[in-house]
Design a protein around this ligand. Structure first.
Ligand SMILES: [Mn+2]
Length: 270
């Protein structure tokens, strides 16, 4: 077995297993090379949209599923928030299979105490929502974000903080966040910030990014395994780092082959 590097958390999304163009082998190599306390599958991991002709499930795809199951068996908490390409998995929200949890969204608290909303993010993409009536979007948003929201309120309650009225923020506000913001990133950030999170981890748009805003709010996009081959890791001290698989080193994979395309040092603890 390859030597594994340990991180507190690993976030991956948009592997699009089964789709032509999925860089399944580098994704598998990456997952095999890391161990972690928390593994977040941030949606579009399996691509259920692919038609018969284009179908391209490979043994590597099976390898990824097996690797995820194995990590779960060894004690990693696996949290899977399905996306629009693996929306069939959304029917299983609330299901726990061993150490694998399937929910629409999660609250992840970093080692340095930041509360992050983890969600695939297609809800905030106007091209996915523009033909839907407001009432539908509101109901969808409420269910979709409910798990992370109630987890945040439970935590705030424990910390002696006032609960956040998510019904108002989510049901009435979602159209505002989706409709008025200039872009996807801004919509996601506006929603998460107004909902009391300290940051958001999403995927969906295949634009890997770590961005720290003025008030320390952090926007994290895990990128994808079609074009970029990226993942985000959380170190033991809560630092988040975006990693990219280097094309040149696909033959002999080691963690040294990762090019840290942006390193994020956490802002001072709250
Ligand atoms: Mn998506």
């Amino acid at each position: 077995m390859l030597p594994q590097t340990h991180f507190r958390s690993v976030f991956v999304s948009d592997i699009h297993l089964g789709a032509v163009g999925s860089q399944t082998e580098p994704a598998l190599r990456f997952l095999e090379s890391v161990s972690c306390d928390y593994l977040y599958l941030v949606g579009d991991v399996i691509d259920g949209w692919v038609g018969r002709k284009d179908r391209k499930w490979t043994p590597m795809g099976t390898g990824i599923i097996r690797e995820v199951l194995e990590k779960g068996n060894k004690g990693t908490v696996v949290r899977y928030t399905p996306g629009n390409h693996d929306a069939f998995m959304r029917r299983m929200h609330g299901v726990q299979l061993g150490n694998i949890f399937i929910e629409h969204s999660f609250l992840h608290t970093t080692a340095d105490g930041r509360d992050l909303l983890v969600v695939h993010g297609d809800l905030f993409d106007r091209s996915c929502t523009k033909y839907q009536p407001v009432a539908f979007i509101g109901a969808w948003a409420y269910e979709y974000l409910g798990m992370a929201n109630s987890a945040l309120n439970k935590k705030r309650n424990k910390d002696g903080k006032r609960p956040i009225d998510f019904t108002t923020v989510t049901k009435r506000g979602i159209k505002k966040f989706i409709g008025k913001a200039t872009n996807y990133e801004q919509s996601v950030m506006d929603y998460a910030r107004e909902s009391g999170f300290d940051g958001v981890v999403c995927g969906h748009v295949h634009r890997p990014q770590i961005q720290i805003c003025d008030n320390g709010f952090v926007y994290v996009n895990t990128g994808d395994w079609v074009e970029h081959c990226t993942a985000v890791v959380e170190h033991e001290d809560g630092r988040l780092e975006l990693l990219r698989f280097s094309q040149d080193s696909q033959q002999e994979f080691t963690l040294g082959a990762w090019e840290a395309i942006k390193k994020l040092v956490s802002p001072a603890a709250k």
